[in-house]
Design a protein around this ligand. Structure first.
Ligand SMILES: Cc1cc2nc3c(=O)[nH]c(=O)nc-3n(C[C@H](O)[C@H](O)[C@H](O)COP(=O)(O)O)c2cc1C
Length: 212
């Protein structure tokens, strides 16, 4: 008889030491997504070869290069977003602020490929400048991307995109840069969403940091 894998304890009476391989999939998901926080959210718009628009949130998302800038997100399994990117090579990362939280969350539900999530959740599609997928007009910043690589990693597919065009609304710009607190992006926490605090540990950098 095979032994039942341990589940996450309700309370810890001693430090947790665990190999993910020893735990059930949902428990590992809960553990790891509560440790890697807060996560920014790529609200990814794509277009299918048929012309159907698609929009979905991805919080396994980060910046991976800055010259030229590249971003990456991971699709767990094959989803419409990934299929569209494989087929067309283009996508837009819409940066959602707190006023768009409900719509962002709603686009995380499953919709058939033919359904236009923009219309479904009441968002306005606006033409992008350098790529075919529309961007979300209500978002105040956008990264238009061309795919650079797609790598399978574990149960994920890491999509790396070169940012070929950036759009930023004046209202989130201050002193030569995007002001994070004005941008007010939606963040992903363990079971819920979060927002940036206006309390920052070091407001002024002594000099701009550039990784070399
Ligand atoms: C806030 C949030 C973050 C999400 N992050 C991811 C992610 O990083 N990777 C992933 O595969 N799915 C993620 N999902 C689930 C997808 O958004 C969901 O499966 C969606 O239906 C995919 O849509 P698509 O088939 O149109 O691409 C997330 C959902 C929410 C609500």
């Amino acid at each position: 008889m095979s032994s039942q894998p341990p589940i996450a304890p309700g309370q810890l009476t001693e430090p947790l030491e665990i190999a993910p391989a020893d735990w059930r999939k949902p428990d590992v998901y809960q553990l790891i997504t509560s440790l890697v926080v807060p996560r920014p959210i790529a609200w990814v718009s794509t277009v299918a070869p048929t012309g159907h628009r698609n929009l979905a949130p991805y919080s396994y998302f980060s910046l991976v290069a800055d010259h030229p800038p590249h971003v990456a997100f991971s699709s767990i399994g094959e989803k419409d977003t990934l299929r569209n990117i494989r087929a067309t090579g283009e996508f837009v990362i819409n940066i959602a602020d707190q006023s768009l939280l409900k719509q962002l969350d709603a686009t995380g539900s499953h919709f058939d490929a033919e359904v236009d999530e923009f219309g479904e959740v009441g968002l306005t599609p606006a033409p992008s400048v350098r790529v075919r997928p529309d961007r979300v007009q209500e978002a105040r910043a956008h990264l238009e991307c061309r795919v650079a690589a797609i790598h399978p990693v574990g149960n994920g597919n890491l999509v790396v995109g070169e940012v070929v065009h950036v759009h930023v609304e004046p209202e989130v710009w201050r002193d030569g840069r995007v002001d994070s607190t004005l941008l007010d992006p939606v963040l992903r926490l363990s079971r819920c969403y979060g927002r940036l605090s206006t309390e920052v540990t070091e407001e002024e950098e002594p000099a701009p940091h550039v990784f070399t």
